[in-house]
Design a binder for this molecule. Structure first.
Ligand code: NAP
Length: 244
């Protein structure tokens, strides 16, 4: 490979796990990481959407493997994800955790047990399980990088967003604790706050909003991919998309 090709594909040879890859921010990041040379393991529940992304990645000259998974119902598979990827590819270098659920916008006093359980399971418990299964191979990687997608409302709680926000807050705390624990290793763990992005999740929260006025997933994806580069030295940072 020439020096110019090397520079264009700085993640060549690495393996990336992307959650929430069926649409929105996760799908856009996976495409970006694949363009930069990473082999992407794509996970979400919607197999058809993962297949479409796989086609897009191939068309862009990249490679991917599909790993359809419900982060809540397939907890056993999730717990084995790190070792499964290592068994198949010999390594896991990058983790981008973009899966998330809005659940419902509702007053805290009106949160129903079922909605509470879904929000805890997707936005918080899944992050802990992912960290648990991915930590050993990410630490062993020559330049392990993890990015957890957070939300600006963690720092600024808003009325009716508590059901969504508490899980994101817990996830942010977990990821920052993990970052502190790996500070003396080669692994770098950061959070990324994309601001308002035109996705299904945003559309459910703000149905009256014109999505063309918002950042698109492809706008924020390069900033997330940048946190996955070997050159990234930050650890435990909450990086906010400049356009937010
Ligand atoms: P999105 O388009 O609705 O995508 C959410 C992703 O999460 C989908 O790929 C979905 O896949 C996956 N997911 C949800 N529940 C799952 C489950 N039980 N098991 C496996 N995968 C599951 O939303 P998005 O806006 O791109 O959100 C991505 C991240 O950005 C989230 O963490 C969100 O909190 C964060 N964020 C978004 C905004 C915004 O304005 N959009 C702002 C701040 C932060 P399946 O349905 O196929 O399973």
């Amino acid at each position: 490979m020439s020096a110019a090709e090397d520079a264009a594909r700085p993640l060549e040879g690495s393996v990336a796990l992307v959650t929430g890859a069926s649409r929105g921010i996760g799908a856009a990041v996976a495409l970006e990481l694949a363009r930069l040379g990473a082999h992407c393991v794509l996970t979400a529940r919607t197999q058809g959407a993962l297949e479409e992304l796989d086609d897009g990645i191939r068309a862009a000259g990249g490679t991917a493997t599909l790993f359809p998974l419900d982060l809540v119902r397939d907890a056993d598979k999730l717990d084995l994800l790190g070792p499964s990827i290592v068994n198949r590819f010999g390594r896991l270098d990058l983790l981008v955790h973009a899966a998330g659920v809005l659940s419902k916008l509702t007053p805290v006093a009106h949160i129903m047990p079922r909605d509470w359980q879904e929000a805890v399971a997707v936005n918080l418990t899944a992050c802990w399980r992912l960290i648990r299964t991915c930590d050993p191979p990410l630490r062993a990687a020559p330049a392990g990088r993890a990015v957890v997608v957070t939300d600006g409302l963690v720092a600024e709680p808003r009325a009716y967003w508590g059901l969504y926000g508490f899980g994101k807050a817990g996830q942010e705390h977990l990821a920052r604790s993990w970052a502190a624990e790996v500070a003396n290793t080669k692994l770098r763990v950061n959070l990324f706050d994309p601001g308002a992005v035109a996705t299904k999740l945003r559309g459910m929260a703000m149905p009256g909003e014109d999505p063309t006025t918002l950042a698109q997933p492809a706008d924020v994806a390069p900033a997330i991919a940048a946190l996955c580069l070997p050159a990234e030295v930050r650890n435990g940072a909450v990086v906010r998309f400049p356009g937010r």
